[in-house]
Design a binder for this molecule. Sequence first.
Ligand code: SAH
Ligand code: SF4
Ligand code: F3S
Length: 455
Amino acid sequence: MKNFEYIQRVETLSNGFFAENFRKPTMFIQTFGCQMNERESEKLNSLLLAMGYLESPSEESADLVLYNTCCVREKAETKIFGKLGSLKSQKRTQPNKIVALCGCMPQRPEVIEEINAHYKHIDIIFGTFNKNSFPKLLYQRLTTGKRAVEILTEHEEESELLENDTTRFLPHKAGITIMHGCNNFCAYCIVPYVRGREKSRKIADILAEITALANDGVKEVMLLGQNVNSYEYGFAELIQQVNEIENIQRIRFMTSHPKDLSDDLIATIKNCEKVCKHLHLPVQSGSSRILQAMNRGYTQEHYLELTNKLKSAIPNITLTTDIIVGFPGETEEDFLQTLETVRLANFAGAFTFLYSKRSGTPAADLTEIIPKSTAKERFDRLVELVNSLQLKHNQNYIGKNVAVMADSATSGRTDGNVLVHFDIDKLETSQVKPGDILSVKIIGCQTFYLKGTVE
Ligand code: SAH
Ligand code: SF4
Ligand code: F3S
């Protein structure tokens, strides 16, 4: 039976539920991890709506709870296991409640072992390669009462169950996955193991999806992939075509790998008026020695050459980054080079992470573990530097007028992705809709946001 037939079958069951309970069954989806997971949750949400479920405002009252999970760091996993643990008691009082787990965590065999041993109350489990099987698994669980599990180890033939479906969580912004998986195998990273090899979607399919979203009111798109610079059919070409889609006002993308950032892409960012002049370019470390141990494929010199090139080509560009502290073998000297690199690149913001050992990755076998206290101390010094740079960048906006895309009636984002809280003099708050572009005069700032007045 085809997956879409299962949608109809579950919908029939939902109608039966309605006849018995005088209400539709309800669902609650919680997403952990990156924007790709966020996007996939939108698709799963859409599937559930098609199967006759209604969104529930709370996890406690929902008939079905779905966790779309992340395993990039141990902390993420611990948090999710904690959540699963607390659902155990809810299941005692609501025995018909269905608990489903999907995303990156179930792709790790260790996680499945743990679930089999201690989390027997989980009803449905599937991974990153088969979200389209969700209707089938839900149908199996509803009709047999038994746990339904399906974990694959590589991509299914890609075809969206709900082609060009525009269901999404925000009215004005949407992420679009342009490629799945990752081929880079950075030594610390679990993503290639849980997301498989790179697989690019066809340009025509991506353009059709974005056009459908644009026709439905989306103003900003974020093109998503673990390494968009190695998009198989030409990333610069793709951006140029997205730039032509009517009603789209802003184009963003994530994530760019420094080793694959081409001159062609730099020119495209510069020349396409809708592409935000913001680049998130994870550096991970400033020490060439550690970068080599991380298998990143570039040196500190190469990275800084790249940021200099970007800044001279696009003077108003905002650069942000990701940094890992405490990778095995990192010396004080290595760490000082990270601080130096942050200063020289003059990042406007950074996500900073303590190294987390992921079993199965090459780095997990390294023996020169950095003591927790040392790593934490370095982390604090790094955060202090990053924050001071961010504050300086923000101070530069004071007195200027910036274009802000509203996310709500009182806040939005600049082209450089800086958060802005605004007051409105002339306009009524109720006149501002998400996706409107406002001219905001910046009058103050903090480390993490700007404050301004709509002119
Ligand atoms: N594909 C993207 C990012 C994927 S994960 C890229 O290459 O940039 C997001 C961030 O999590 C990474 O940039 C890295 O900084 C961090 N990260 C990944 N694995 C980690 C680990 N084992 N410990 C700590 N941070 C990690
Ligand atoms: Fe992980 Fe590296 Fe791939 Fe990013 S590029 S997902 S850090 S392996
Ligand atoms: Fe996490 Fe999976 Fe994204 S591990 S960061 S949710 S690809």
